[in-house]
Design a protein around this ligand. Structure first.
Ligand code: NAP
Length: 216
């Protein structure tokens, strides 16, 4: 099971839709089991036959082998503290952007740890934290009819864990997974979300990331 803490938000739902299309089993986590069930229902409507479980965040973390953290930056401490023990030794993927919204506009957040993913690691000392999926638009992910054609940067200190997350990214059709190296490098895609959001507003699009010069 791929568990998603905060799986009721647009990014969690979008990732769940794409992994459901790829026949993965998804666990939608929430502070409220009712909201989790509503989100699961929405995903099943978008992907008929999808294998979706729904429960509160702690229960989903217990059932899952890989856990995506898809909550706002400001909710990290309060959400992760109660699930930290259950996340020990598990593979965690932070999709949390280093961006806050002020009057509808993105403002970069400087996490004192160096990147949001490093902050997640500090809050979850027993977990194997990686990061990825920051530059994938929630709106495009949630529409299984949209063909994606973009890159996903994955960061993490453990090569094998990074490879596992890159393989999960490749399960989303049209996504090319690229290693971004160590977890501290997660800072770059985390702040890029603010630039993409600005481009989206100016050009009325859902932009993504495509790197050139790679032999892939
Ligand atoms: N949206 C995008 O296109 C996008 C793209 C790239 C990265 N991201 C990142 O992905 C993460 C999730 O994005 P999103 O747009 O899905 O965010 P969101 O809708 O603001 O939040 C996701 C979920 O987190 C929980 N949550 C919200 N506020 C909370 C709080 N104060 N305390 C505890 N839990 C709270 C809620 O779940 P419950 O109420 O059900 O518990 C909510 O449904 C963010 O860090 C964002 O930076 C988003």
């Amino acid at each position: 099971v791929i568990g998603i803490v905060g799986g009721t938000g647009p990014e969690g739902i979008g990732l769940a839709v794409r992994w459901a299309v790829a026949h993965e089993t998804i666990g939608i986590g929430s502070r409220s089991p009712e909201r989790a069930m509503e989100a699961a229902h929405r995903i099943r409507c978008l992907v008929p036959g999808a294998a979706i479980e729904a429960a509160d965040n702690l229960e989903i973390v217990g059932r899952a082998t890989v856990i995506v953290v898809a909550i706002p930056f400001g909710a990290l401490e309060s959400t992760l503290a109660p699930v930290a023990t259950a996340l020990r030794r598990k593979l965690v993927i932070s999709v949390v952007a280093a961006v806050e919204w002020v009057d509808g506009r993105p403002k970069p957040i400087a996490a004192t740890e160096g990147s949001v993913a490093l902050k997640v690691q500090a809050l979850l000392p027993g977990a194997r934290v990686t990061s990825g999926f920051h530059t994938l638009s929630a709106e495009l992910l949630a529409d299984p009819g949209v063909e994606l054609n973009e890159d996903c940067l994955v960061c993490g200190d453990d090569t094998e864990d990074r490879r596992t997350v890159m393989n999960l990214a490749r399960k989303i059709q049209g996504v090319r997974a690229i290693s971004g190296g160590r977890l501290e490098n997660s800072f770059y895609p985390e702040v890029l979300v603010g630039l993409l959001a600005t481009i989206n507003r100016i050009h009325k699009v859902h932009s993504g990331l495509r790197l050139t010069g790679l032999p892939l």
